[in-house]
Design a protein around this ligand. Structure first.
Ligand code: 16G
Length: 242
């Protein structure tokens, strides 16, 4: 029950109540929460109060509203540690999710100035372009376009990359392992094509990530431009004082 005499605003009390229900697993991911009318009746509060609490929880990513269907408990986000150089496959397996890829493009093309600079190639030198939708338990999470120098990695094109991890394949076939990477992250409005592949709204928030990965000899072997669903990821980084 909510306490109308408490100095804590009613909307905040309702919000805490719903948060607790989610944290305790009484309301489960994907489950529909009671309607505004039901909450209004059950707690004897105004529609405005209910809307304010639910609106806050939607903004915080704990609830999602599906037009015409209701408001649901959001899926827990993927926790990603930014200090660890791992592959998508490793990340998903560590979280007991099943990774999969849908290959959208896999071919050899001349390097653009941006790709050439990142891979320390000449503009127009051939690179392998591998564009994949990355899924976990069947849900699209990211769209990644990786560029690798065609010189050493041409034989990749003979492999079926919808079933493999790129990093595991590079290690097994070419003896190349990621040693360090430089990553940049920015928030952008999701472009139309990416929105379609990721099943998010066009123009909604999305994380745009660039990664250049270096091998054991500190030579760049991949440049990746990706779009990560900001509603599905939560990044953590540990920082130290000087
Ligand atoms: C990660 C990397 C990507 C790399 C991929 C390989 C980012 C933000 N992340 O998703 O650079 O190509 O792992 O994954 O770029 P895989 O070995 O599962 O194919």
């Amino acid at each position: 029950m909510l306490n109308a005499n408490s100095p804590i605003p009613l909307y905040h009390q309702l919000k805490s109540y719903l948060q607790d229900q989610i944290l305790q697993g009484l309301l489960k991911p994907g489950e529909r929460i009671p309607t505004e009318r039901e909450l209004e009746k059950r707690f004897k509060i105004s529609r405005t109060t209910v809307r304010q609490a639910i609106g806050d929880l939607i903004n915080e990513g704990l609830l999602v509203r599906v037009h015409g269907k209701g408001t649901f408990v959001a899926q827990p986000r993927i926790q990603q540690h930014l200090g660890l150089l791992t592959s998508f496959t490793q990340d998903m397996e560590a979280q007991r999710r099943t990774p999969a890829s849908r290959v959208l493009q896999f071919e050899m093309l001349p390097a653009s100035p941006q790709v050439a600079r990142a891979l320390q190639l000449k503009i127009g030198e051939m690179v392998i372009v591998l564009k994949r939708v990355r899924l976990a338990d069947g849900q699209p999470l990211a769209l990644e376009t990786a560029y690798l120098p065609a010189g050493p990695f041409r034989a990749l094109l003979d492999l079926d990359m919808s079933q493999r991890s790129l990093y595991a394949t590079l290690k097994a076939h070419f003896g190349v392992e990621p040693w360090r990477a430089l990553q940049q992250i920015e928030a952008v409005a999701c472009p139309a094509e990416e929105a379609r592949h990721l099943q998010v709204s066009k123009g909604g928030p999305i994380l745009h990530i660039y990664r250049t990965t270096f091998d054991q000899s500190n030579h760049p072997f991949e440049f990746v431009e990706s779009y990560y669903r900001s509603d599905r990821y939560f990044f953590t980084v540990e920082i130290w004082s000087r």
